[in-house]
Design a protein around this ligand. Sequence first.
Ligand SMILES: N[C@@H](CCC(=O)N[C@@H](CS)C(=O)NCC(=O)O)C(=O)O
Length: 202
Amino acid sequence: MKLYDSKTSPYCRKVMVLAHEAGQVDALTLDYVAGTAVSPGTLPVSVNPLGKIPCLVRPDGPALYDSRVICAYLDDLWGTNLYPTGTRRWETLTLEATADGMLDAALLWVYEVRLRDEAQWNHGWRDGQAAKVVRALDALEARWLAHLHGPLDMGQIAIGVALGYLDFRQPVGAWREGRPALAAWYETFSQRPSMLATVPVE
Ligand SMILES: N[C@@H](CCC(=O)N[C@@H](CS)C(=O)NCC(=O)O)C(=O)O
């Protein structure tokens, strides 16, 4: 299978952490592409009309896109059971949605800063994106720690990746301050071999 990938994309990192956890990295041929919100860059839009990565080309059907779809597909294919059944499933999916929402907001913040001249920045809009990330961080500290400390699942992987992206791009500064339990969880989680093997690099 070919994965359209990027070493800086946190959504791609979710897929790669899953592949490492599954011991299936060799099942993926990585094709590194570059694009932004204003140009799909080198990603062929024939495989993903939205022009976004990650995008997975598989032998037995159309290409899959959106990290959540790709992760659910690979989890099913590889039998990793990172989307549990029962009550925990809905928590896991909500946690993954929380992480992806943090990433969406952080990425919009990054695009605003990187793709526009400073004179054109809409500060209120940009601050609104940062506020979403801050509120999600507070929710993680207040009510998600028990889940985060449970058996490995895709919600935890997504949150680990989202926190790593905050360190990489710094949209909200010192996110650990005032959130000691989340910071301690990440300290341990970020040392997993799957996380160490996928640290973002420019
Ligand atoms: N919801 C998508 C978001 C993917 C996404 O936005 N990826 C970025 C790279 S980090 C991208 O391709 N941006 C190009 C664009 O916005 O057109 C997912 O989870 O895969």
